[in-house]
Design a protein around this ligand. Structure first.
Ligand code: PMP
Length: 285
């Protein structure tokens, strides 16, 4: 992704894509002092753009890394990037990190917080799994406790086990991995939240040790508008055997049906299809 034409917004100005580099002594590279957002732009407009910028600010606060640009400035930066790269349907990545500074060590007090915005055209996150139902592995790593790491932040450090679990899943021919959390409850996928259907009602993990995704919140609203009962609760892995349908939600994943998790299978049923189609309409409306 580094050798291509285009512009990336870095610290307040547009930079040639190929020149959007950082120094090797960047604090974030050594100590994961980085928070980010993944957003989708539909027909030139980013869905829930402001909410993403607000979450970036909250993630920064949780990491003791105040974001040096206001929400309005971030909004303007994203708009500029989409326009200058002539994008209509795209993925937008906003990242804030502690750069190289006067000092190099665990403390980042002397390392400035830097911000960049990149965007590029991007298709379905799970490819044709979107239609057939994705196949998920069960991760061997567990989502950590909020007493271990700020689990509500969208912070790079939380993705270390995501990359490892995704590699293990891909090696087994799966598109993603589902995590349990430190207590053993069903948690989330490596970049998406999870929902289940049983007897016409919907069950989804309580967001007490996972990212309470913006898509998750949107989909819960859509279900409630339909009068469907949504149980946000602790879900035991054994319950996977009883659920009839399953889907993932995320800004990148959108609403992706799941056909299999480990040895458990699910149908791509009417409610899954309805929510996936309605979400697609909503983001473009
Ligand atoms: N969980 C994780 C670990 C994620 O990376 C994401 C993607 N940001 C989500 C859930 C879904 O969040 P959202 O719907 O806000 O994109």
């Amino acid at each position: 992704y580094d050798d291509r034409d285009g512009k990336i917004w870095m610290d307040g100005k547009l930079t040639d894509w190929r020149d959007a580099n950082v120094h090797i002594l960047t604090h974030a590279l050594h100590y994961a002092s980085s928070v980010f957002e993944g957003e989708r732009c539909y027909e030139g407009k980013i869905f829930l753009s402001r909410k993403h910028s607000e979450r970036l600010h909250r993630s920064g606060e949780m990491m003791d890394m105040p974001i040096p640009y206001s929400v309005d400035e971030l909004e303007a930066a994203k708009e500029e990037v989409i326009k200058v790269n002539n994008l209509h349907n795209a993925y937008v990545r906003v990242i804030a990190w502690r750069g190289a500074g006067e000092d190099m060590g665990v403390s980042s007090a002397k390392n400035p917080v830097r911000v960049a915005v990149a965007a590029w055209e991007w298709g379905d996150y799970y490819g044709d799994a979107k239609m057939k139902g994705a196949k998920l592995d069960i991760a061997k790593w567990k989502r950590p406790s909020p007493e271990t790491i700020p689990t509500a932040a969208k912070a790079a450090g939380l993705y270390m086990i995501c990359t490892m679990s995704k590699h293990a899943a891909e090696a087994k021919g799966c598109s993603d991995a589902l995590f349990m959390d430190y207590r053993g409850y069903v948690a989330e996928a490596t970049g998406a939240n999870v929902f289940f259907v049983k007897d016409g009602e919907v069950h989804t993990p309580l967001p007490d040790a996972i990212l309470n995704g913006l898509t998750r919140q949107t989909v819960i609203g859509m279900l409630k508008d339909r009068g469907i009962t949504v149980h946000e609760r602790h879900i035991m892995p054994e319950e996977l055997a009883e659920f009839e349908q399953c889907w993932l939600t995320g800004s990148a994943a959108e609403v992706t049906p799941v056909g299999q998790i480990g040895d458990y299978t699910f149908e791509v049923g009417a409610l899954t299809r309805d929510i996936a189609e309605s979400y697609e309409k909503l983001v473009r409306s």
